[in-house]
Design a protein around this ligand. Structure first.
Ligand code: PEP
Ligand code: MN
Length: 338
């Protein structure tokens, strides 16, 4: 349920409503927004009578919300959420590009690639340090050493750090070394991790699980937002289908659909979405044409030598060519590409 108050509602009127919600045994959520003052209610197992609130000063309407996701839904918050990462914004006019290798492999490797990312105009550097690999025998990442190299490279070139957090134990360490916490596809259903991240106020990149529906992705985001962390960026990274030519099937339907259902920004990862470097640029173009707020692209100075995901990684040359190609869309989309 959503309680709408007049724009000029006083602090005392808003407080009276939130107190009343608590008194009835539910949880109030003040929804950030400029167009109206809204308070969402969660935790109600049975229907709450709107009359409880309609009689209160400042309240103009009480709306029931039937969708399973509440706080991440457009019904609760009509205007787009802009996630601000130290001045780099997701969900606004600028389309952001997060680029870098699948894994941080050495200091030299990440330094070299960070220079290329900077040259391209992109503002965010990615690289995995704690890698959740499908095989226990595959390279698991450089862990703390990797985080330190990543942070050092990003600071040298003035880039923001995006890296994956694999579990609750390493969360404080990863949070300390990153600007955006990435939750990988394998962890989208890790509800204790989602809850812990919800308690922070740090930006989060939530990747869609490879067998998850759009509604399940939005419900995973709801876990984070319901704990007070509204800084969630969603990421489509392909889902498993019967198709075998590609690693995953990139579900671009979800971009305009999520824009309709949710106020959260959504970006696309065509690297994992296709698993093939030569499909990355065409699908990156399709993603921004569909309305994506950003892209995540794997880039490696020597893809043939990469310790993980080499085949889907762009070389510096193909990455810079893709960025040049993307720039051509700026006037059509009336957005800029960072
Ligand atoms: C990654 O970004 O390197 C990664 C492991 O992605 P995903 O969780 O989407 O497989
Ligand atoms: Mn990867």
């Amino acid at each position: 349920m959503l309680i709408l108050l007049k724009t000029e509602a006083t602090v005392a009127e808003i407080k009276a409503v939130t107190d009343k919600v608590r008194e009835l045994g539910f949880t109030p959520h003040e929804i950030p927004g400029v167009q109206r003052v809204a308070i969402g209610i969660t935790g109600n197992k049975a229907k709450v009578s709107p009359d409880n609130f309609l009689v209160m000063p400042g309240v103009v309407d009480v709306v029931s919300v039937s969708k399973p996701f509440k706080l991440v839904g457009r019904d609760f918050k009509p205007e787009n959420t802009i996630v601000d990462v130290g001045g780099v914004q997701f969900g606004g006019k600028e389309i952001q590009v997060i680029a870098g290798p699948c894994s941080v492999e050495s200091r030299d490797q990440i330094m070299e690639i960070a220079g290329i990312i900077k040259e391209s105009g992109a503002k965010l550097l990615r690289g995995g340090a704690f890698k959740p690999r499908s095989s226990p025998y595959a390279f698991q990442g450089l862990k703390l050493e990797g985080l330190e190299y990543l942070k050092e490279a990003a600071e040298k070139f003035g880039l923001k750090v995006v890296t994956e957090v694999k579990d609750t134990e390493t969360l404080p360490l990863v949070a300390e070394h990153s600007d955006i916490l990435q939750i990988g596809a394998r962890n989208m259903y890790n509800f204790s991790l989602l809850e812990k991240i919800g308690e922070l106020r740090k930006p989060v990149l939530l990747k869609r699980g490879f067998s998850s529906t759009i509604e399940e992705l939005l419900m995973a985001a709801e876990y984070i937002v319901s704990r007070g962390n509204y800084n969630v960026i969603l990421c489509e990274r392909g889902i498993r289908t019967f198709e075998t030519y590609t690693r995953n099937t990139l579900d671009l339907n979800c971009v305009p659909l999520i824009k309709k259902l949710s106020h959260l920004p959504i970006i696309v990862d065509p690297s994992h979405g296709t698993g093939a470097w030569d499909l990355v640029s065409p699908l990156a173009q399709a993603s921004i044409a569909a309305g994506a707020d950003g892209l995540m692209i794997e880039v490696h100075a020597h893809p043939e030598k990469a310790l993980s995901d080499g085949y889907q990684s762009l070389s510096p040359k193909t990455f810079l060519a893709m960025m040049k190609q993307l720039k051509k869309y700026e006037p059509i989309l009336e957005r800029t590409i960072a």
